[in-house]
Design a protein around this ligand. Structure first.
Ligand code: BJ8
Length: 425
């Protein structure tokens, strides 16, 4: 990366040495895992470029937007509605939290038995290595799991303008009312931040823009139903990860371009792996950049991943927002309807998630499901047992994994995953 980027990072207050170290790790992992894959769709070169410029060109674009008066909002959860940010002339970026950083310092602030995702968000802040976090004019936390809720109390002292969104934990009328009230409160906060009021027109446009992104991902997912699978799970995961921080229109166009190519592959019966390769559905905690450990293990052990029941995947993108409303209130209602369907494990009870996993396993013709739980993530680890039971009732084998971001358990995980895949053949 050039000298001008270094200047940009310096101006953002990044610790250049620590940042170099992070980029080194990211580049190495990307090279080892992604560039080592064979037979990738040509359209993935766009995502390779995005990853090579993840702290470069995209940050420059965001800073240019800021210079032109636009605000940047960072978010840690798919419950934060991008539509409202866009409608008030702000850009929403996901704050990825997919790698360990500054672990010792983090463990002085948080208990050791906190999930890797929360620790990572702190590590990126303490280590001053995330240009997305440092360029954000507002960072949105949300009251989801207990770990996040309590962690934001501490993060709020380190991040300027941390906004905490309250979220329901029960799918009741009362819960829906809370979500609606919180979305109106968020709308007001974003309008105050940008100085621009949401209009019916801007909200409609924003809903269409985000729906288009999701529709492109739906198209990609549908193509993964084919056997042989036309794209690897690793590449599809990358598209789902880039969903959170790329320019929305460009992202939609790039995913649709890959889909055009994949349609030809499906027609020509071409795949990334041979036909009848065991097909795996991953279900569980979100896999943020650069957390590619488990997919890499699965796809180097003789199986292909055909779907992700995850917030970085189908849980996050499953539903579109109705475009029928014409007033702000009608469209806000549609947003509440859409987001209230997200079946995160923080909800109790959460039986829709079990149904969705079974539906996905059938739709993507998965031979088995690997449940991915982050160590110390109580909501997903608690749900992993009912998930396994529900799948067993359907005769679908399930392997429950709990792990963190370290590479120490790769050998052990690989042995378990290989044995599971063997059982599927
Ligand atoms: S909607 S999944 S993005 S909260 S892994 S921090 S749950 S202890 S990330 Fe999530 Fe929103 Fe739900 Fe999705 Fe807590 Fe578990 Fe850690 Fe987690």
């Amino acid at each position: 990366m050039g000298e001008d980027y270094r200047l940009m990072w310096q101006e953002l207050g990044l610790d250049l040495e620590a940042h170099d170290a992070l980029l080194g790790v990211l580049g190495q992992a990307y090279g080892d895992i992604y560039l080592a894959q064979k037979n990738r769709p040509l359209g993935m070169s766009y995502f390779d470029f995005v990853m090579s410029e993840v702290h470069g060109l995209r940050i420059r674009e965001l800073l240019d937007e800021k210079k032109a008066g636009r605000k940047i909002i960072g978010s840690y959860c798919v419950f934060v509605p991008e539509e409202i940010a866009l409608a008030a002339n702000a850009t929403l970026v996901g704050l990825c939290s997919g790698a360990d950083f500054a672990v010792e310092e983090v463990e002085r602030l948080l208990p050791r038995n906190t999930c890797a995702l929360i620790k990572s968000s702190f590590g990126f802040k303490i280590g001053k290595v995330c240009p997305y976090l440092e360029s954000a004019d507002m960072v949105v936390g949300e009251n989801t799991c207990d770990g996040k809720k309590k962690a934001y109390e501490i993060l709020g002292k380190m991040v300027e303008n941390l906004y905490v969104m309250d979220l329901p934990q029960v799918k009741s009328e009362h819960g829906k009312g809370l979500l609606k009230a919180e979305y109106y409160r968020f709308k007001k906060a974003v309008e105050q931040l940008t100085g621009i009021a949401v209009t019916a027109e801007s909200l409609k446009q924003a809903i269409q823009t985000v729906n288009a992104k999701r529709a492109a991902i739906h198209r990609l997912s549908a193509l993964r139903k084919a056997d042989p699978a036309p794209i690897s799970g690793l590449d599809a995961l990358l598209a789902n990860q880039v969903f959170f921080y790329d320019n929305p229109a460009r992202f939609t166009e790039s995913v649709n371009k890959i889909c055009d190519e994949l349609e030809q592959r499906v027609e020509a019966h071409q795949g990334v792996f041979p036909e009848r390769t065991p097909r795996i559905l991953i279900s569980g905690c979100p896999q943020a950049v650069p957390n590619w450990k488990l997919p890499m293990i699965i796809e180097t052990s003789g199986a292909v991943i055909v779907g992700e029941e995850s917030c970085v995947g189908e849980r996050g993108t499953r539903n579109l927002t109705s475009e029928t409303g014409s007033t702000i209130d009608e469209m806000m209602e549609s947003l509440v309807d859409r987001y209230f369907k997200v079946d995160c494990a923080i909800f109790t009870p959460n039986s829709e998630r079990l149904d969705h996993i079974k539906e996905m396993a059938a739709a993507y013709k998965a031979d088995g499901v690997i449940h991915y739980g982050l160590q110390f993530c109580q909501p997903y680890l608690m749900e992993s047992i009912p998930v396994e039971n529900a799948l067993e009732e359907e005769g679908i084998p399930c392997l429950r994994i709990d792990t963190d971001y370290s590479m120490e358990d790769v050998g052990q995980l690989k042995t378990r995953v290989e044995a599971f895949i063997e059982q599927l053949r």
